[in-house]
Design a protein around this ligand. Sequence first.
Ligand code: ATP
Length: 509
Amino acid sequence: MQNNEDKFKKIIAHAKEYGFVFQSSEIYDGLSAVYDYAQNGVELKNNIKNYWWKSMVQMNENIVGIDSAIFMHPTVWKASGHLGAFNDPMIDNKDSKKRYRADVLVEDYMAKIEAKINKDISKARKRFGEAFDENEFRTTNGRIKDRQSKIESISGRLYGAMEAEDLKAIKTLIEDLEIVCPVSGSKNWTDVRQFNLMFSTQMGSVSEDADEIYLRPETAQGIFVNYLNVQKTGRMKIPFGIAQIGKAFRNEIVARQFIFRMREFEQMEMQFFVRPGEELKWFEHWKKRRIAWHKALGIPEENYRFHDHEKLAHYANAASDIEYQFPFGFKELEGIHSRTDFDLSAHQKFSNKKLQYFDPELNKSYVPYVIETSIGLDRMFLSILSYAYKEEKLIDGSMRVVLAIPPVLAPVKAAILPLTKKDGLPEKAREVMNTLKQDYLCQYDEKDAIGKRYRRQDAIGTPYCITVDHQSLKDNTVTIRDRDSMQQERIDISKLSEIIKEKLSIKFY
Ligand code: ATP
């Protein structure tokens, strides 16, 4: 059986081989943590965006969309706290010259202890068989108890130091644990320093009057500074929401795991403006709505879980992540945050402009509270690929690689395949293609044996293959093959578009 690391490597290789994701600037050996979406990737990405946009903007009469600029006035980032506090602690190894996130070094150390615990547990499970009680084993086995308490003590020191922004204490912790650089193997560390995650650049062509501006690290601030413009021009009444899809940039110190953590990525964010005091009710509402959106795709429920935050960011009074089980474990896919009035009040203070809403029902003005739903488009893309990639053994003993992408998100919806290249079949297939491409992205393919053509479509996740054969010329029917079941049915060409529409339909939440 292949392990998850192997599966992840295969997914990355498949994404490249079949035109989903390429490393940026590959001919120059690539740019770290920056990726390009290829011909199939961009379709999948656009379909995810559409699925999100429809469910937010089309399905909710009180949510509208915007598309704000990536560049914003530099004071935005002072007000939002990103200039002062959007930092990660970093540390360099003087021998290898490699840079690490100091907290990640300690977290990796804890993960190793955790792995030892898990190894002991799985050994014991094998030994005791049916009778094994994991809980009892954890609470009674001396070695496991020692290891668990070591983890607790390290995590207490780490998160305490992070909270207090005590960089010296983080360094001392790394020294006490005798953590070595994975590359040089040495303990020759620099001090821990704060590293701001925002990319900056200069605006203005003459350097003397140049002003330092930033590439936005989140799309949310473009919504906050526009909320009153939208409210007034759209005659919106609280509660209402503003949705946006766009690029965000973070100079991540440790960028790894393919498109999971990138330096340039895309977010789909929605800020929902509510009456103060009603935010926790809306927080629960959006948690339910968002998980339903994920589950409607038909991916197994056990692949998702909530992780409620105990430690909250300075601006939040409730926060929960939707985590997805990636090949490298459960990790954050989407955040749902109750951001209070932190951002709007800060912008009111820094801009000296009133950002209050007049509530006609209450007959008073206030700064609204905000519930945010924020999902990384690239992480959503990776979750779909991770679920979809399957290696299947067929009845005849051969293997196929299939991407079981939910049909509504699949890059190409149908392939039109003449059984042979002669007898007028290509002409008939072209007719079908010309009609269907009015409604769906289709591919026409007449090269190679039909089985090989099916495999090519399976590998990019095309849900339906339509084969034009000799019978088609006689009675105007074709066969339609379902990607997952590989079953074929014969249908009238005039009904094709309608049948595909039915198959692609999805209920929006
Ligand atoms: P993490 O803890 O993984 O760094 P975060 O808590 O900083 O994420 P948020 O600031 O809440 O993330 O951003 C909202 C969403 O944007 C995340 O849930 C994630 O899907 C996505 N996201 C954040 N950083 C990145 C990144 N570097 N690359 C790709 N997606 C990202």
